[in-house]
Design a protein around this ligand. Structure first.
Ligand SMILES: [Zn+2]
Length: 189
């Protein structure tokens, strides 16, 4: 093992992620350099240049740092991003947060997503939020504030502005035009 590799392992240096991997001969588990698990004993540490090399040597990927995810195929990255956004669109989401969640660098994530999907992750997130908002406006009688909150906006007027820009009319106008619960409401009165 070269000195810089050992340094990277002790420092949990993300810069070396993907450049090499290290395995623990005691557990037969391998990690990326940035793994935050306990610093290994140097004599038990073995270096691999790739995931497949580690696999071939009979090492399993660490569950914590998921070294096998680093350079996952593009389609898998896109799938994981979409899945994450699908489950978390009502939370404050940043590119960095998604990247951390699916264990790749923000740069790689941004480039891959844009290349495959044609939009940025933030555009995709916005589309998802607006789609859900429209659905709720159409099919429920929840207040605009409630809907804004449900799609990740804690400020109703901010939500309305974004909605207007994206959809071309404000949420109340949209609701008046497209709501399918209006009739029901009228009958109740
Ligand atoms: Zn690890």
């Amino acid at each position: 093992m070269q000195e810089y590799m050992w340094e990277a392992i002790i420092q949990c240096d993300r810069l070396y992620d993907g450049k090499f991997y290290y395995g623990l001969t005691t557990t037969k588990i391998f990690c990326r350099p940035s793994c935050k698990s306990r610093t290994p004993k140097r004599e038990n540490t073995k270096i691999f240049s790739s995931v497949s090399e580690a696999n071939t040597a009979g090492f399993r990927p660490c569950k914590r740092c998921k070294p096998e995810k680093l350079y996952a195929p593009d389609s898998e990255i896109v799938h994981n991003v979409k899945l994450f956004i699908h489950h978390h669109f009502n939370e404050p989401i940043t590119l960095h947060k998604i990247a951390e969640e699916i264990h790749i660098s923000p740069y790689h994530l941004h480039r891959t997503f844009k290349k495959i999907v044609g939009t940025t992750t933030s555009d995709y997130l916005l589309q998802k939020r607006m789609k859900v908002a429209k659905e709720l406006l159409k099919t429920t009688d929840k207040s605009i504030t409630e809907i804004a909150f449900k799609v990740g906006y804690h400020n109703t007027s901010h939500f309305s502005t974004v909605f207007s820009n994206k959809v071309g009319m404000n949420p109340s106008t949209f609701r008046k035009q497209y709501s399918i619960v209006t009739l029901l409401g009228d009958e109740d009165e």
